[in-house]
Design a protein around this ligand. Sequence first.
Ligand SMILES: O=P(O)(O)OC[C@H]1O[C@H](O)[C@H](O)[C@@H](O)[C@@H]1O
Length: 309
Amino acid sequence: MSESLLEPAQSLLEQAKSVSIERGKRGLCLNINNARALASVSLFGGQLLSYIDKSDARERLWLSESAIFDGKTPIRGGVPICWPWFGAPTRPSLPANSPSHGFVRTRNWELCDIQEQCNSCGEVIRTSLMLMPQDLKQALTFYGLPPSIRVSLKLIISDTCTITLHTQYDAPQGPVLALSQAIHSYFSIPDIATLEIKGIHGKYADKVNSSQANKSPSPYRISSETDRIHAADANEHIKLFSGEEEWVSIEHAGHNGTVVWNPWQEKSRQLKDMNDSGFTKMVCIEAATMPEVVLHPGQLLSISQCVSS
Ligand SMILES: O=P(O)(O)OC[C@H]1O[C@H](O)[C@H](O)[C@@H](O)[C@@H]1O
């Protein structure tokens, strides 16, 4: 993995007021500090690692204390991008040992654009970043996928945080692409014992008990290993409560599935990049296209997640 910035990114950074680059224990990260929020994005995986709304100074994302930053292992926490497949690779045409959750979470991404919006005092109140995986064409060819596909990630950091993943099939003709993907966000919560999830109503396929079409629970609480793919409402508004307190608000668009994941105790112990009690402080709520959707030449597919207080 090249640990350097590409030339165009250097000049974007020189002009930006609210974005700086840091080369530290977490590898190469872009740090955003504007009047409304703080955030950090790893260029490995194009992965948002931290988002803090300055109005309450609360970290919204969970990052494992044992996360591995070796430039090879997927980072446990923040917002991994799973693309162009979610979960285990199922397509027989893929090479043996193809990674779980696709290949872009373990690639270097490059910074392609920065846009800043200022208030009347000249303070930046909104920072938008555009990132793309490096050398995507080569990777697509390696996995037997059409090389004219482009994927980009737009992050808008302000008093809300919006993550949008675009897939553009940039060709007049070619084979259709069956695409599953996820914005795989790990949310930081005070305690899994007091968590209640509101706003998820669709039936779910249960990956723990291998059963299909279960009714969404009400109230929705987590007290054991949970790994579910819910059929999603078109524009979904989910809220996480810690007891009576509304903790975080999550809106999804462009998806057809919402994933809820908590590994619970035993599985946490098996994961080398998660502390034994890590599962008590996190829950994954993911905007996904799962089951997979079909993308035709010329089409653009976008999914997004917006996080706010
Ligand atoms: O350990 P990872 O490959 O990062 O996957 C972590 C989890 O991601 C998703 O939420 C899946 O539904 C789970 O089945 C999986 O265990």
